[in-house]
Design a protein around this ligand. Structure first.
Ligand code: ADP
Ligand code: MG
Length: 569
């Protein structure tokens, strides 16, 4: 620490580049400060530092990191403390980003992240700091204030726990244990989703993921026939609606809460924090939201189960286009997800191509099967379940033809779900529909694709570039990847992780391994070495990353416009 003060006094008033002398490690009474990266000027990306406190100084219980889920929950809790403290303390002192502390800011989910790491030996926070300057002149005194006064205060407030923290962490541990227990029960019972009684599903607004707080919010209440009770390790058993594997429909009038329910199910692949309203809305982590996305690129995807004999004899076993239609994009999205091992399709009619979902009797008589390249999902959905074990949850308001193929039908009426399966089946039996089944004998083949290395060129001029630009865009070399259709992405730090993971996949690509195998390798590396490992700055401040699912990583790769798949299967 004395050394740090000496440097700061020496470089006071000098040019900004003098800050580079700070790089290195400094021992404070209670923690170690590691200065990993020093910014080139006050307007550039802020400097990156780590703060490491040894467990001997902390009062952390060893059972808080007993399981991976608990460890992630603890890290998330501590990160939120850092965010709060930094919010209160951080203020501008000078030009550019001078004086500012920043750290990754989580949303409503509890994700594995690189911002705070706790292990058996220490707790470490990875933060950013704008080293203060007037113009481009080092403000040594202000820097000293930040690093020698503010920083120890931040560390104390964030990492050193008070009575209230201990209670809250205990509560957090119980929450994630319970979430985990329900997930385990779900896989034993083969449930795709579990929505607890009392859950609050609607969100504050289209741009806020916080729970809707209004007098007239209707908490979720399971229909009696679908109600299940799950024993949990802490507290009373939890009851709720279990959606089993198979084909489930969510139907009902417009504005009655169908999409809200599906959206909660989509997000149930993640654990949520206390007070979110969706703490006990849990979904099979391999469920994938599928939507139409016209205009996207598709690279050699076998969409033949859904699309055949296109005009000009275009190949649909290795279908490529720079500009997909609504239906072909939705077919490609499904096939790409199956390729990576998706277990359940989540589909909302609001974001689907109608001609992909349904072809009714009248249309079948006028436009004969030979003239229609599309086999609609309704004719494939049962094969998909029976042959591939892939379930579906569909939101539908417009077509009752699906009653025939559904295993469960849930009616949303004024935000309250009803089990109307029997009634729907009755209606399907009573009314004769002339519709022809068009699905053929089998679902069709799933094809594993092999990506080639040359498709992963990240160079932009003399440098390589792979960066997140908000939640919906990745800059990868000369290309921008549009992620808007990946509706289960929740965090910019997931997007940053994906950008670097794509690069990793490119490094591993050898013209032999399939996309799924390559992706699996990257996740295995993360599992053994931690999420830090995908950062180019491994061993130092890794940047702000949170773990995405395989499906979103694959989704981004599939949308990379330079992707090249080996031809000939
Ligand atoms: P649908 O898909 O059936 O047309 P949405 O799910 O889009 O309907 O919901 C319509 C509106 O109702 C949304 O603004 C949503 O926030 C609100 N909403 C949904 N569920 C509830 C609920 N349980 N209580 C109160 N409002 C709700
Ligand atoms: Mg809707």
């Amino acid at each position: 620490m004395k050394n740090l003060i000496q440097i700061l006094e020496r470089i006071d008033g000098k040019g900004y580049k003098a800050y580079k002398d700070l790089q290195g490690g400094y021992q404070f009474p209670l923690f170690k400060l590691l200065v990993d990266y020093v910014q080139g000027d006050p307007f550039a990306t802020p400097s990156r530092i780590r703060i490491r406190v040894m467990q001997a100084h902390l009062k952390f219980h060893s059972d808080w990191i007993q399981t991976k889920v608990r460890q992630i929950a603890l890290e998330d809790y501590l990160l939120r403390k850092w965010v709060k403290q930094i919010d209160q303390l951080s203020r501008k002192r000078g030009s550019g980003k001078s004086g500012l502390f920043t750290i990754d800011c989580p949303g409503q989910e509890i994700l594995e992240r690189t911002a705070v790491v706790v292990n058996e030996d220490f707790a470490e926070a990875r933060i950013s700091i704008g080293l203060p300057a007037q113009g481009r002149t080092v403000l040594g005194r202000q820097a000293k204030e930040m690093l020698v006064e503010q920083l120890p205060f931040l560390v104390k407030q964030s990492f050193f726990l008070n009575e209230e923290d201990l209670l809250k962490i205990e509560r957090r541990m119980k929450l994630v244990d319970n979430q985990q227990a329900i997930r385990q029960e779900m896989s034993r019972q083969k449930w795709i989703a579990f929505i607890a009684d009392g859950a609050i599903l609607p969100r504050e607004s289209g741009i806020s993921d916080r729970p809707l707080q209004q007098m007239n919010v209707i908490p979720f209440q399971a229909p009696p026939t679908m109600k299940k009770v799950v024993k949990v390790p802490h507290g009373d058993s939890i009851s709720g609606m279990a959606i089993p594997t198979g084909i489930s429909l969510i139907i009902g009038g417009g504005y009655h809460g169908k999409s809200t329910l599906l959206r909660a199910i989509e997000r149930g692949v993640y654990n949520h924090i206390e007070q979110d309203g969706r703490e006990y809305v849990l979904t099979d982590p391999k469920a994938v939201k599928i939507r139409a996305e016209d205009g996207r690129r598709v690279e050699k995807v076998n969409i033949s189960p859904f699309i055949n004999h296109l005009p000009f004899g275009q190949d649909t076993k290795q279908f490529s286009t720079e500009d997909a239609s609504g239906s072909t994009s939705q077919a490609a999205y499904i096939m790409e997800s199956l390729e990576i091992g998706c277990s359940c399709l989540l589909i909302d009619e609001d974001t689907s191509a109608t001609n992909f979902m349904i072809r009714d009797a009248r249309m079948q008589s006028l436009v004969t099967k030979e003239k229609e390249p599309i086999t609609p999902l309704i004719d494939k959905i049962q094969q998909l379940y029976k042959e591939q074990g892939v379930s579906s949850i569909l939101v539908l308001g417009g077509s009752g033809d699906y009653f025939e193929v559904a295993d469960q039908v849930i009616l949303m009426d004024q935000y309250v779900p009803y089990d109307v399966t029997k009634k729907a089946k009755q209606i399907a039996n009573d009314s004769i529909v002339e519709r022809q089944f068009e699905g053929g004998e089998q679902f069709g083949k799933l094809t594993q694709r092999v990506p080639l290395k040359k498709g992963f060129d990240a160079s932009k001029g003399k440098k390589e570039k792979m960066d997140a630009k908000g939640l919906h865009t990745i800059i990868f070399g000369m290309h921008q990847i549009d992620l808007t259709a990946l509706e289960q992405l929740v965090d910019v730090s997931q997007v940053q992780a994906i950008a670097w993971m794509i690069y990793r996949v490119g490094e591993l690509a050898d013209g032999r391994q399939t996309l799924d195998e390559l992706i699996e390798k990257v996740y295995t590396q993360i599992k053994t070495q931690g999420l830090d490992v995908i950062s180019p700055y491994y061993g130092k401040h890794p940047g702000y990353l949170s773990l995405p699912r395989k499906f979103e990583l694959a989704g981004a790769i599939n949308r990379l416009r330079s992707l090249v798949i080996r031809s000939g299967g």
